[in-house]
Design a protein around this ligand. Sequence first.
Ligand code: RB5
Length: 147
Amino acid sequence: MENLKIAIGADHGGVELKKVIIEYLQKKGIETQNFGTDTSESVDYPVIANKVVSAILNKTCAKGILICGTGIGMSISANRHRGIRAVVCSDTTSAKYSRLHNDANILCLGGRIIGTEAAKDIVDVWLSTEFENEERHKNRINLIEKF
Ligand code: RB5
């Protein structure tokens, strides 16, 4: 059966939004694997990003969600790894195209940037949109890996 589990992690800037998103996904019957942090104590976002990246690269989870204050630190950290396409989205249109054209496999959110309802909408669109799988998009994704 296809593995649809979502890896999710946050630093202290994203911990509250992470709780909201985990509960939201669980209510929808979407399985999540929580990689912390679970308190407001300061933690280093690259450490959390790395755990979610590993879960995707070793195929324990299909996709990931990373949340920090802005989403930016998480995306920079995650994108250092080959095969990872992490995107910061604060709107549903970017979320949609990041899946359609870029086959993004990690969604980064800013816990201090967007509200919880906007975040839920972004997550919904991102998780329900499939990659378009057209030649031009596949070629461009392959080129990302090449350079
Ligand atoms: C932590 O204060 C903050 O820098 C972090 O959550 C994130 O926004 C970094 O990009």
